[in-house]
Design a protein around this ligand. Structure first.
Ligand code: ZN
Length: 343
């Protein structure tokens, strides 16, 4: 992660963080934002009455949208690039209630991960909290995407990292760069999804709120993180894009444990997301990240992260997740129809 991340998280932008807690919806400003798209299912579609428009973006994200619009303008898929974004009212409301009640704050241990699988359908649809025993920022969500399937999401994770502009479609104000260590392997249609994506790190740069993150996602099997494969199967999960995220410059430090698990339901794809950001004693268990507890603690110290900044970051992460996945769920069925043929 960059110095800019440190500047923001250590309090210089606390006003921005504070503002972002309360200003992301206002029906009155709907008319002030325009969308590149018109008349199709796009990121800003309010066809689903359960959604509301997001009308607050931090200044760095507003500026990034202008850069991204320029970068994507000559791409065929630019028609899926929006300025107007929406989110489910139920998720917005859940985040307005403040940090999650203690019973829903789960630690990133093997036991914690398996508790997620047992309790996800009863947990609040969105939430955030500080985990003091770390410390860690914790964010969670449960999305249901009508018209979306797990195979469409698998296609997305093997298609979009080939060009940063594709990544921009996912969150037009926040996503800056994505590239993959071995693009040939990621694009090889003779290999399985797991063979293409796992152990093939994605270099991502994005804003989480006003915080600039530069890091590497190491996608791997859910089992490698400690999730019980049999329990996953029993619950009907067939999709995963889960792994460890290490900051640029500290590539050996497991700074984020990220879980995206999906299952096909009659209502559409149900996606369970969890993020643990910071340090934890249990981060010693990942074979690819020796001394993970110590290395992540050093990164937390280096970035000047404390309880206050991590709690704010947890909230920003929850807002980011709610926004980007709602956007992706809106555009992906049509994009898959157009570009996903033959996968
Ligand atoms: Zn993102």
């Amino acid at each position: 992660m960059s110095l800019k991340f440190l500047d923001n998280i250590s309090g210089k932008s606390s006003l921005t963080l504070l503002l972002s807690s309360c200003l992301f919806m206002s029906a009155a400003s709907a008319a002030t934002q325009s969308s590149v798209n018109t008349g199709r299912a796009n990121c800003g579609s309010l066809a689903n009455q359960a959604n509301t428009e997001i009308t607050y973006f931090q200044v760095p994200m507003q500026k990034q949208w202008i850069k991204n619009q320029k970068a994507i303008s000559d791409k065929e898929y630019a028609k899926y690039f929006s300025q107007t974004l929406v989110a489910p009212k139920s998720m917005v409301k859940a985040l307005e209630n403040g940090p999650l009640p203690k019973k829903w704050v789960i630690e990133p241990t093997v036991e914690g991960l398996n508790k997620v699988i047992e309790t996800f359908d009863k947990a609040p649809v969105a939430g955030y909290a500080l985990i003091e025993n770390g410390p860690l920022a914790y964010a969670q969500s449960r999305h249901v995407f009508p018209g979306l399937t797990s195979s469409m999401l698998e296609w997305w994770f093997t298609w979009h990292p080939i060009e940063s502009e594709r990544y921009m479609l996912w969150f037009p104000q926040a996503h800056i760069h994505n590239s993959v260590a071995d693009p040939q392997r990621l694009s090889n249609k003779n290999l399985s999804y797991a063979e293409r994506l796992y152990k093939n790190p994605n270099h991502i740069i994005e804003y989480i709120g006003a915080n600039y993150l530069d890091s590497y996602i190491h996608f791997d099997t859910p089992e490698s993180l400690g999730i019980d494969g049999a329990a996953l199967k029993k619950a009907g999960f067939t999709f995963s894009a889960s792994g460890i995220i290490a900051p640029a410059g500290d590539e050996d430090a497991p700074f984020v444990l990220m879980v995206h698990l999906g299952r096909d339901t009659p209502q559409g794809l149900e996606l369970i997301n969890r993020y643990w950001i910071g340090t934890h004693a249990s981060f010693d268990r990942f074979p690819s990240f020796p001394n993970g507890a110590k290395r992540s603690a050093e990164v937390v110290k280096k970035f000047g992260l404390d309880a206050k900044s991590l709690e704010e970051f947890a909230h920003e992460m929850a807002v980011h997740d709610m926004t980007e996945f709602t956007c992706l769920g809106n555009i992906l069925p049509n994009m898959y129809k157009e570009y996903g043929k033959g996968k």
